[in-house]
Design a binder for this molecule. Structure first.
Ligand code: FES
Ligand code: FES
Length: 150
């Protein structure tokens, strides 16, 4: 079936099976490589995207479900000043090691920051609890997100 949606500001049309997960459509058909394949069970957050402004795990969404939606990945935020500030914080705080989890963290944090939901370390921990990282121990990531508020 043909599914139409907006991806990073561009209208896209893609042929997808009714049971195709959005993660596969994005990575394999639309070449969006920042969206990572991790657990495929909705537990690690590596496949996070913004769907109509909210962070969701693309491994748990079927592509036909996003018909008419607005999808953002980090590729679509390169010129966004708030996003750049967040990335700069990650870099300056050393919050990126292997980087596999980083796009998901950035998108989740960006969505929460955009809505003014992160003011403290506790807020950052709460909003990022669905994103897992095996390398950084979280402290640097949390610090980077809180730093981006100031
Ligand atoms: S790959 Fe989707 S949450 Fe882990
Ligand atoms: S930096 Fe390696 S999993 Fe997060």
């Amino acid at each position: 079936m043909l599914v139409k949606f907006r991806l990073n500001g561009e209208e896209v049309e893609v042929e997808a099976r009714p049971n195709e997960i959005l993660l596969d459509t994005l990575r394999l058909k639309l070449n969006v490589r920042s969206v990572k394949r991790g657990c495929e069970k909705g537990e690690c957050g590596a496949c996070t995207i913004l769907l109509n402004g909210d962070p969701v795990t693309s491994c748990l969404i079927l592509t036909p479900q996003v018909e008419g939606s607005e999808i953002l990945t980090v590729e679509g935020l390169e010129e966004d000043q708030e996003f750049k500030k967040l990335v700069d914080s990650f870099v300056s705080e050393g919050a990126v090691q292997c980087g596999y989890c980083t796009p998901g963290f950035l998108l989740t944090a960006y969505a929460a920051l955009s809505k003014g939901k992160i003011r403290s370390v506790d807020d950052a921990k709460k909003y990022l609890e669905g994103n897992l990282c095996r390398c950084t121990g979280y402290n640097k990531i949390i610090k980077a997100v809180v730093k981006a508020v100031s």
